[in-house]
Design a protein around this ligand. Sequence first.
Ligand SMILES: *Cc1c(COP(=O)(O)O)cnc(C)c1O
Length: 382
Amino acid sequence: MEKFLSNLEPFKEIIFVTRPVLPKIEEVTEKLKDIWEAKWLTNNGPQHSMLESELENFLKVPYLSLFNNGTIALIVACQSLRLSGEVITTPFTFAATTHVLSWNNIQPIFCDIDAETMNLDAEKIESMITPHTTAILPVHVFGTPCDVEKIQEVADKYGLKVIYDAAHAFGVEIGGEGIGNFGDISMFSFHATKLYHTVEGGALVHGDKNLKARIDLLKNFGIKNEDEVVMPGINGKLNEVSSAIGRIMLNYVEDERQKRKLLHEIYDSELSEVEGIKLMPKCGEDVKLNYQYYVIRIDEKLFGKSRDEVYDEFKKYNVYTRKYFHPLCSEFTCYRQLNSARKENLPVANKIADQVLSMPMYGELSADDVKKICDILKSMRR
Ligand SMILES: *Cc1c(COP(=O)(O)O)cnc(C)c1O
């Protein structure tokens, strides 16, 4: 028998950190019939075209190109802007953000993050710029918008491009404006674990018609027509089945967002008074959030237990949290020899990576389950 810290019983079934939103199967089979009838499974089919324009409307952006996943999309974004040399980015992100730079033969330059928002610290970017810098690649971490104004100011001053990794920020808006309208290009991921998904998928958004033409060539092997291949492209195409599921999922995203908003409020009220637990960053009134994640930070000294201890303890109760993002990209064996990856260059990121814990968050989670998860957490405090 396991020994528990309190009289709280473990959950009977595992509570995962997230669960995918699934549309009604009948809606999917109906769309599949259309696809079967058309006998058009991929290569810019009707579902794909319709989803592109529906997403442009939903995200309030001028141009959108669909991709088979967010990582390929981001690789193509770098290619489309012909980036080279060095790109300034955050170590506090998913592996893909840094890896796409390597896949473009670009040296990632890690810049420390802001202690509140956990996003790239816009005030520190300038000091990282060298003659080799061509762009800035920030991430809207956990859907909290970056300091888009300051970042643009620095980019303009030095003639740098800005590509946002907006994988966490589907539907986020600043002052009624879609988050995808900032910088030169933004990437969204439609992976199954995200708020909105196409099973696997992604997109690039931007405000330039010529850039859309270039991106669409790059994602289709550079094939211009039957007789001309004009650049070394890749296969980044989203198929018709995923596109159709994406069209259905657009009808689910606001409902899912509202459910998660309620759960956010419960976490906030249950945990706001707990010493040693820091809640998600607060955004201004003009920011519309998507509530995709709920992330806490655990101060070991004040809480009496480390993040790793809390993570292990939760498992005994069948609650599977995630150390998201840990380890930092700057700690990966493929990057830690870089000068900018040194721990002393990244004090805030290194501290936060040891404190963050992503809590269970998905629409089907009940309010009672969230309260119990909070009770378990509170019972761990020493
Ligand atoms: C999910 C994610 C990606 C990668 O997206 P895929 O669609 O899985 O390739 C990139 N960056 C961040 C921050 C992500 O969370």
